[in-house]
Design a protein around this ligand. Structure first.
Ligand code: ATP
Ligand code: MG
Length: 328
């Protein structure tokens, strides 16, 4: 549905987007991640025909953003970083106005506006001036204008920025409810949002693509080693942390033992294995054979935060990132 090939965008001397390529299939939700200034907004502006690419191509449903911008715009709903709202208009008046701009037939406009106002939960402020709305409500009106013409593709630039936790959940649910028949790219700095909503993640850093994959695959590819959380105590006595740590370090396959906490005689460690080694069974045996109580032993997943930091750090050292791959 979306195809980007060798896309580069320069602003004077700044290379904001540097030769990136990716594809998004119909009906997918893709999370667009990257640190501030990575080039997310710039890529989205090219996809939505607001900026011409310096080189490379971008197509939406087979239409090129440079050659067929009208066809592209018909199929895209765009929520920019700052929604294009008119503060002196009432919500309902503004949405009707946008409906006409987007070419919805006049007789269909009121019904469609009603529908999106309900869907985006702005019904209760329909007669308020946009300039008097809270940021969260303005963001929802922005989303309402993006989906008004029922576009196949939604490009959402930080859709939950500035929303309170309840509104974040509501917006996330709204976005999830739009998935399936819509193809969605959303940028965000909230990584848990990507884990909740997105099937795939595109990570860019300094304008370059550093990874494009599912959250699960990213975790597996990067990890290769196991991380384990372990809690023990010494059955009545207080175990000596240094002694415990040293003994855990001798377990086969263990690369690192970090003490996380000690309270009321309980010790909590995080332990990492060498590449490809399973260490849980041997750890359990060592704890029990040492006469300690094993309170908890579980695998710790690599969080998306960890992945993000590893990838964006790796990219800085490496000037030739793979386009479809990941360097651990
Ligand atoms: N209009 C512009 N003129 C010149 N440089 C620009 C312009 N817009 C963006 N840039 C530069 O392009 C780079 C990418 O910016 P962009 O806004 O695409 O990043 P972003 O990933 O959306 O960041 P953020 O997470 O902060 O929104 C930055 O170095 C930025 O300074
Ligand atoms: Mg941005």
């Amino acid at each position: 549905m979306i195809k980007v090939e060798g896309l580069t965008k320069r602003y004077a001397r700044t290379v904001a987007v540097d030769n990136i390529s990716f594809e998004v299939e119909k009906g997918q939700i893709v999370g667009f991640l990257g640190p501030n200034g990575a080039g997310k907004t710039t890529t989205m502006r090219v996809l939505t025909c607001f900026l011409p690419p310096t080189s490379g191509t971008a197509t939406v449903a087979g239409f090129d953003v440079l050659e067929n911008p009208m066809e592209v715009k018909k199929r895209i709903g765009y929520l920019p970083e700052t929604p294009p709202l008119y503060p002196e208009m009432e919500v309902i008046e503004y949405l009707k106005f946008v409906g006409k701009l987007k070419g919805i037939a006049s007789r269909d406009v009121p019904g469609r506006v009603d529908e999106v106002m309900k869907r985006c939960a702005v019904d209760d402020v329909r007669d308020k001036l946009i300039g008097k709305l809270s940021k969260g409500y303005r963001q929802r009106v922005g989303l309402a204008q993006a989906i008004l013409h029922n576009p196949d593709v939604l490009i959402l630039d930080e859709p939950t920025s500035g929303l309170d936790p309840k509104q974040i959940i509501e917006t996330r649910e709204l976005i999830n409810s739009l998935a399936g028949d819509h193809t969605i790219i959303l940028s965000t700095h909230i990584l848990s949002e990507v884990e909740h909503s997105c099937e795939r993640v595109i990570i860019i850093s300094h304008g370059k693509l550093v990874a494009i994959d599912s959250v699960a695959n990213l975790t597996n590819r990067l990890r290769g080693s196991e991380a384990v959380a372990l809690e023990l105590d010494a059955a009545g006595g207080r175990p000596n942390p240094t002694e415990v740590q040293q003994r855990l370090e001798t377990v086969a396959g263990v690369s690192r033992v970090m003490m996380k906490d000690s309270k009321n005689g309980k010790l909590i460690f995080e332990i990492e294995s060498l590449q490809g080694k399973q260490i849980r069974a041997d750890l359990a045996r060592t704890v029990v054979n040492s006469g300690w109580n094993l309170n908890e032993l579980r695998s710790v997943g690599l969080s998306l935060e960890d992945i993000f930091l590893q990838l964006t750090a790796a990219e800085q050292k490496d000037t030739e990132p793979e386009t479809q791959g990941v360097q651990a």
